[in-house]
Ligand binder design. Structure first.
Ligand code: NAD
Length: 484
C-alpha cells in the first residue's frame, strides 16, 4: 500500500521538495507498513513558506469578506465531493476506521470552512458616540498565523485552524504532526483549486524543531497549537517571547459523571463513545467515568457486554468499529498504563491486552472498575482505549473529585434531573461540557479547555476573537484643545 504525496511540502501554491531535510516515514498503523516518506522542512523551505505567506497576506486582508467566503465554500464543496478518497487517506495516515473517517474527519473540516465562510462577512466593528467626537472600531486580521497539529484528527485540525484564519484575512503556515503528515497537503491543494491565492495556506513538514522555528519567526503574529500539555508549555513560552497571540488546544483527563437516575443505556453508550472512538485517541475523552453507587452494577454489566462486542479489524473494512493506535510508541505507552492499572489494584472488567489481529498496533477496548483518584490511570492522559470507572456517593463529593486535576478540557453529566445537571455543570472546571451527551463537537459550538488544557477557543463566534484584533479609531470632529 502506498500513499506517497507528490512532494513533502506545499508552499506558495505548489508542491515543494527538499530532500536535504531528514526523512520521516509514514506508517500505516494497521500493518506497520511504510506507506510514504516525507522530508522535514529545511531552513530554506521554512523561509519560503513564511515569506510567501507574509507577501500574500496583505492583499488577502484587503479583499471583501464575501469574496474570501466564496473560495472557502468552494473548497468545502471539493472536500465533500472527494470525501471517500480523503477518508481513505486519513485512515491510512491514522489507522482510524473508515466507518469514522467517512463521517467525522473531513466532513467536520468542511463544516468549519462553510461556517467561517458564512461568519466572516458578518464580522463588523462598532461606533461609540462621544458627543461631538466618536470612536469606531475595525476588526483586522492578525497577519501570518502558524498552525501546529496533533496526530489524532490531522485533517480536521488543519481545517479548524485554517478556516477561521483565512476567512478573517490571515495567512497560515501549517505544520502537521510528523506522525500524520498527509491530509494537510491535500487541503493545501484543494484551497488552490478553489481559488485561494498562493501563499495563504502553506504546509511544511517536520518534527518539533520545525514547529519551534516557525513559532519564533518575527513575521509570525499568532500560533495555534493542538498537542499535549508539555508541548503547549514550550510553544506558549516561545510565543510569549515575541508577545504573539496563542490558541492552545491541549490534553485532558475529563470527568464523565453518571448519576443514579440516568438512563443506563445512554450513559454506557456515551462512556463508550467517550473512551473508544478513534481507539480512545481523543483529547476531550471522558476518561474518568464517575458512576453513582446505586447504578454501578447495572452500568458495569452493560458496559462489559457492549464493550466485548466492539468489532476490531481492518480499518479499510467499513464494518470495523475500532482500528489500531496511531504508532508503535503509542501502543507501548498505552500497554504500559494498562499494566500500571493492574499493578495499582484497579479491577479489570474487559480487555486489558494487545489485540493479536496482525502486525498492527491494536489494543482491546479496556475497562477498569474500582479505580481510585490517586491511581495513575485516573490522573494521567493515556490516549488509548482505556476507561477508568470510579464510584461516588454524593453530588458534592463527585464535583470536588472531578475538579481535582490540573486539566480542564471537557466534562459531562448524565442525569434525569436537569436542575442538578445545570448545577453540576456550573461547578465543573472545564471549557467544553455536555449534559446527557458526550464528545459532540459541532463547529457552531466553541471548543477548548480551562486550566492547563488550554488557552483560547476554536470554532463558534469565539474563534473570531482569536484570529482578529480590534483597531480603535478616535475621530476628532472639531478643533484641537491644547493647553499650551
Ligand atoms: P505533541 O504535543 O507531541 O505534538 C503536537 C505537535 O507539536 C506536533 O506537530 C509536534 O511536532 C509539535 N511540536 C512538538 N514540540 C514542539 C516545539 N517545541 N515547538 C513547536 N512545535 C512542537 O502531541 P501529539 O502526541 O501529536 O498529540 C496528542 C496530544 O494532543 C494529546 O495530549 C491530546 O490531548 C492533544 N490534543 C488536544 C486537542 C484539543 O483540541 N484540545 C485535540 C487533539 C489532541
Amino acid at each position: 500500500m502506498k500513499a506517497q504525496p507528490k512532494a513533502s511540502h506545499f508552499v506558495d501554491g505548489a508542491w515543494l521538495e527538499d530532500r536535504a531535510g531528514a526523512p520521516v516515514e509514514v506508517i500505516y498503523p494497521a500493518t506497520g507498513e511504510v506507506i510514504a516518506v516525507v522530508h522535514e522542512a529545511t531552513p530554506a523551505v521554512i523561509e519560503a513558506a513564511l515569506a510567501s505567506s507574509a507577501r500574500a497576506q496583505a492583499a488577502w486582508a484587503a479583499t471583501r469578506p464575501v469574496d474570501r467566503a466564496r473560495i472557502l465554500r468552494r473548497a468545502a464543496d471539493l472536500i465533500r465531493e472527494r470525501n471517500p478518497a480523503l477518508a481513505r487517506l486519513e485512515t491510512l495516515d491514522t489507522g482510524k476506521p473508515l466507518q469514522e473517517t467517512l463521517v467525522a474527519d473531513w466532513p467536520s473540516g468542511a463544516d468549519a470552512l462553510e461556517y467561517f465562510a458564512g461568519l466572516a462577512p458578518t464580522v463588523t466593528g462598532e461606533t461609540i458616540p462621544l458627543g461631538r467626537d466618536f470612536v469606531y472600531t475595525l476588526r483586522e486580521p492578525l497577519g501570518v498565523c502558524v498552525g501546529i497539529g496533533a496526530w489524532n484528527y490531522p485533517s480536521q485540525i488543519a481545517c479548524w485552524k485554517s478556516a477561521p484564519a483565512l476567512a478573517l484575512g490571515n495567512a497560515m503556515v501549517f505544520k502537521p504532526s510528523e506522525v500524520t503528515p498527509l491530509g494537510a497537503l491535500q487541503l493545501a491543494e484543494i484551497y488552490i483549486e478553489a481559488g485561494l491565492p498562493p501563499g495563504l495556506f502553506n504546509v511544511v513538514q517536520g518534527r518539533g524543531a520545525v514547529g519551534a522555528a516557525l513559532v519564533t519567526d518575527p513575521r509570525v503574529a499568532k500560533v495555534s497549537l493542538t498537542g499535549s500539555v508539555p508541548t503547549g508549555q514550550k510553544v506558549y513560552a516561545a510565543a510569549a517571547a515575541g508577545v504573539r497571540h496563542v490558541t492552545m488546544e491541549l490534553g485532558g483527563k475529563s470527568p464523565l459523571i453518571v448519576f443514579d437516575d440516568a438512563s443506563v443505556e445512554d450513559a454506557v453508550g456515551a462512556a463508550m463513545l467517550g473512551n473508544f472512538y478513534s481507539a480512545g485517541q481523543v483529547c476531550s475523552n471522558g476518561t474518568r467515568v464517575f458512576v453513582q453507587k446505586g447504578i454501578k452494577d447495572r452500568f458495569l454489566a452493560r458496559l462489559a457486554e457492549r464493550s466485548a462486542r466492539i468489532v476490531l479489524g481492518d480499518p479499510l473494512d467499513e464494518a470495523t468499529q475500532m482500528g489500531p493506535l496511531v504508532s508503535a510508541g503509542q501502543l507501548e505507552k498505552v500497554l504500559g498504563y494498562i499494566a500500571t492499572g493492574r499493578a495499582e489494584g484497579a479491577r479489570l472488567i474487559t480487555g486489558g491486552a494487545r489485540a493479536s489481529l496482525n502486525t498492527g498496533y491494536y489494543v482491546q477496548p479496556t475497562v477498569f472498575a474500582d479505580v481510585t483518584d490517586s491511581m495513575t490511570i485516573a490522573r494521567e492522559e493515556i490516549f488509548g482505549p482505556v476507561m477508568a470507572v470510579l464510584d461516588f456517593d454524593t453530588e458534592e463529593e463527585v464535583l470536588a473529585r472531578a475538579n481535582a486535576t490540573d486539566f480542564g478540557l471537557a466534562a459531562g453529566v448524565f442525569t434525569a434531573d436537569l436542575a442538578r445537571a445545570h448545577r453540576v455543570i456550573a461547578g465543573l472546571q472545564a471549557g467544553t461540557c455536555w449534559i446527557n451527551a458526550y464528545n459532540l463537537t459541532p463547529v457552531e459550538a466553541p471548543f477548548g479547555g480551562a486550566k492547563r488544557s488550554g488557552v483560547g477557543r476554536e470554532n463558534g463566534h469565539a474563534a473570531v476573537e482569536h484570529y482578529s484584533q480590534i483597531k480603535s479609531v478616535y475621530v476628532g470632529m472639531g478643533s484641537v484643545d491644547a493647553p499650551y
